[in-house]
Design a protein around this ligand. Structure first.
Ligand SMILES: *Cc1c(COP(=O)(O)O)cnc(C)c1O
Length: 219
């Protein structure tokens, strides 16, 4: 679907929810997409992108940054502590802060560098065993822990279980964010970003709807 159509759908959803225009940031998720598709979206003036692997981000974005100004790159996938430094150097925001060990590593590196990307804590709203993230009941404590480390926590992120109504998970995430005084809500993907906007998403992560299907062996 053309980028412009996605943007129109976002503004329609904002209006329907009584929200301010442009209150939702569109993260175009470019993971596994061929470079020419990413380039086409850059040529249309879009600058905010998401990758889920540090290695892939490192192989693609430094070159694009040389050719296009103002790129805003978000890491949305799992982050190993041994890649944290590289992730901080490459990315403007990290949406996958999901454990105390990573918080400690990011805090140490932030001190060292004197800078830190915006951080979102990933919450495992569906309490799924195989999924990363802080459990809802542990989130208040983890937010406090991160704040004590001086980490710039901007909001929360979730990926709802595939077989459940996403609205319930978005509403839960919004509730946890509100009671912790957090404004950022990274939620909503190609199939459900309008629902996420209705429930307050500030960042939607949209991949296949913009770029087309990815090869099935990589999600
Ligand atoms: C791949 C991915 C997306 C985008 O998914 P689409 O369904 O293609 O829009 C969003 N968030 C995360 C964390 C992802 O890994």
């Amino acid at each position: 679907m053309p980028l412009q159509d996605i943007k129109t759908r976002i503004s329609t959803a904002e209006t329907a929810a009584g929200r301010a225009p442009d209150s939702t940031k569109l993260i175009a998720v470019s993971k596994v997409q061929p470079n020419e598709r990413v380039e086409a979206v850059l040529e249309q003036g879009h600058r905010c992108f998401g990758e889920n692997r540090v290695q892939e981000a490192a192989s693609k974005w430094p070159e694009f940054r040389e050719r296009f100004d103002g790129i805003d790159l978000h890491l949305i996938g799992p982050l190993q502590t041994n890649k944290a430094r590289q992730a901080m150097e490459l990315c403007d925001a990290i949406h996958s802060l999901d454990r105390p060990k990573l918080a400690n590593t990011l805090a140490r590196l932030a001190q060292e560098r004197g800078a830190c990307p915006d951080l979102f804590i990933q919450v495992n709203t569906g309490e799924e065993e195989q999924k990363a993230g802080i459990l809802p009941m542990d989130t208040d404590g983890f937010v406090a822990e991160c704040r004590a480390l001086d980490l710039p926590i901007r909001g929360l992120m979730c990926i709802p279980p595939v077989d459940e109504e996403p609205a319930l998970h978005f509403a839960l995430l919004a509730k946890i964010a509100a009671r912790n005084g957090l404004e950022g809500l990274s939620m909503g993907m190609s199939a459900d970003f309008e629902t996420a906007i209705a429930l307050g998403a500030t960042h939607v992560r949209v991949g296949s709807a913009i770029f087309g299907e990815r090869t099935p062996d990589r999600t």
